[in-house]
Design a protein around this ligand. Structure first.
Ligand SMILES: [Zn+2]
Length: 86
């Protein structure tokens, strides 16, 4: 499962709540998973609204504990891995 690091933009929530969440990347499209009517689901089951967050190259600031606990490995995997060497 490819994952992307996302963070809510300043002003959406207080600075202390701007943790780095993980959102699943759909392998077929290379885009973030999106549920129409809900938003972009984080692993910790928040639904982020379009244009409310930025996609990061890596963890910045505080990582979201609950997202990390639900990620498939102890270390968050690299974001946006689209091709697998065979
Ligand atoms: Zn989270």
């Amino acid at each position: 499962m490819a994952l992307a690091f996302v963070r809510l933009r300043p002003g959406i929530v207080g600075e202390t709540k701007r943790t780095t969440h993980l959102v699943e990347v759909v392998a077929e499209t290379g885009k973030l998973m999106f549920l129409p009517g809900f938003g972009y689901p984080t692993l910790c089951t928040l639904y982020l609204q379009p244009n409310s967050f930025d996609i990061l190259d890596g963890v910045q600031g505080m990582p979201c504990d609950r997202c990390l606990l639900k990620s498939p490995s102890p270390e968050p995997p690299p974001a946006l891995v689209l091709d697998e060497a065979s």
